[in-house]
Design a protein around this ligand. Structure first.
Ligand SMILES: Cc1cc2nc3c(=O)[nH]c(=O)nc-3n(C[C@H](O)[C@H](O)[C@H](O)COP(=O)(O)OP(=O)(O)OC[C@H]3O[C@@H](n4cnc5c(N)ncnc54)[C@H](O)[C@@H]3O)c2cc1C
Length: 371
């Protein structure tokens, strides 16, 4: 009887684990990958895809079925579907497939890799199906084109990158405003000052201590949005792009396995606390924070431990990334970043990240060479 590993989520974490297991050609193992998205989404480039005419959908989406095609058909199953409810005692997950069919999947080992999303109908993550994300990107691109005034809310790395892309393309022709809830960008991280300087060069207006309390259609012109700040001020804009707050996609996970932020609680082996055969990696843990390189390292840790437990051995502590790299691209020629506390030069961040938005790394995720 083959062992079944069910992986939920086909992005940085889930696809990595699938490749890692299938590459090993483990005897009597069946890998079942379930993802809402039929395509792997290089979401790091979403901030640039909304700028008219710069990137195409084909550049940032690749079919997952194609990525797995090289493995023997009997060794895996790829299902486009959504996990609705997991029962860790019964070792089963109820899913709804893309065609609307409800199915129960039994597993021996389960991997939770369903990531997170940002609220507010923005395309920074694959919240919906592939078709829905493509449509949302296109609609956002059209709105960017038409707007004269754009408000980007949230001054974390995504907010800085969105404002940077808009400032680079439209800093001289549209008004771009970045709202920061605090008195510094990116929660006062060391890169706050350099990032603010780069944004100013692109004519992005940064408004500090500007926490969004509410948004509503303008009474005078319902096509516009009124952004009401906690300090009572109202900013009226043609386009409101929120970037704050990552919401974990863990609604199907029983509450007792989640912490107060709805993130999955794991041991240092990346096994979910209180279980013997459920694992998690990536933004569903967000530990030490959400990041694709952290996710990749965790996916490698989960894969290694699955291999061990499938061979009847004990799991080992998953190694963290040896250093903390934080790099924000700011437009298509500059950036701000650090490696631990070592400041990275602006042009260096552009060369390492902003030039390609990491798209040069995407083939490795598709052909499985990263795993
Ligand atoms: C604009 C932007 C730029 C970024 N830039 C960087 C960067 O430069 N460096 C860095 O380290 N990190 C960066 N990140 C963070 C990085 O994107 C995340 O850490 C990474 O995407 C996490 O991968 P994941 O596989 O855990 O989850 P996700 O990428 O969130 O993917 C989750 C997958 O699960 C699917 N899914 C969701 N719910 C279900 C369900 N119920 N059933 C089945 N499937 C489901 C989703 O459709 C998706 O395919 C950036 C993030 C954003 C938003």
């Amino acid at each position: 009887m083959p062992a079944t590993v069910v992986i939920l989520g086909g992005s940085f974490a889930g696809l990595h684990v699938a490749h890692a297991l299938l590459k090993k050609n483990i005897k009597d193992l069946k890998v079942v990958l379930v993802s809402k998205n039929s395509h792997f989404y290089w979401n790091l480039a979403s901030v640039r895809r909304i700028i008219p005419g710069v990137l195409k959908d084909e550049d940032i989406f690749k079919p997952i079925a194609q990525a797995l095609k090289k493995y023997p058909e009997s060794s895996y199953e790829f299902i486009v579907g959504t996990a609705e409810e997991a029962d860790f005692d019964a070792k089963s997950v109820r899913i709804t497939t893309a065609s609307g069919e409800s199915k129960s999947l039994s597993y021996d080992q389960l991997v939770i890799a369903t990531g997170s999303h940002t609220a507010g109908g923005v395309p920074w993550k694959a919240e919906g199906s592939y078709e829905e994300v493509v449509d949302l990107l296109k609609a956002t691109e059209e709105k960017v084109k038409a707007a004269s005034h754009i408000v980007v809310a949230g001054a974390g790395s995504t907010g800085i990158e969105v404002a940077g892309e808009l400032g680079y393309e439209f800093g001289k022709t549209k008004e771009i405003v970045l709202l920061s809830a605090g008195e510094k960008l990116i929660n006062g991280d060391q890169i706050a000052g350099p990032a603010a300087n780069e944004l100013k060069k692109l004519n992005v207006k940064i408004q500090y201590n500007a926490r969004v309390a509410e948004t509503r259609p303008s009474a005078a012109d319902p096509a516009k949005t009124e952004v009401v700040l906690a300090n009572g001020e109202t900013v009226t804009t043609d386009l409101y792009l929120p970037t704050m707050g990552l919401i974990p996609n863990t609604g199907y996970v029983p509450a007792k396995y989640l912490n107060e932020n709805k993130l999955v609680e794991v041991e240092d082996t990346l096994r979910v606390k209180g279980t013997s055969n459920v694992w998690a990696a990536g933004d569903v843990i967000s530990k030490p924070r959400a990041g694709f390189m952290i996710t990749q390292k965790q996916a490698a840790g989960v894969s290694k431990n699955l291999e061990l437990v499938l061979a009847g051995k004990e799991p080992i502590v998953a190694k963290p990334l040896p250093m903390d790299i934080l790099a924000c691209s700011v437009g298509r020629s500059r950036g701000a970043g650090r490696m631990n506390t070592f400041k990275l030069p602006s042009f260096g961040v552009y060369l390492a990240k902003g030039r390609t938005m990491g798209l040069n790394m995407m083939p490795g995720y598709i052909d499985g060479s990263v795993a």
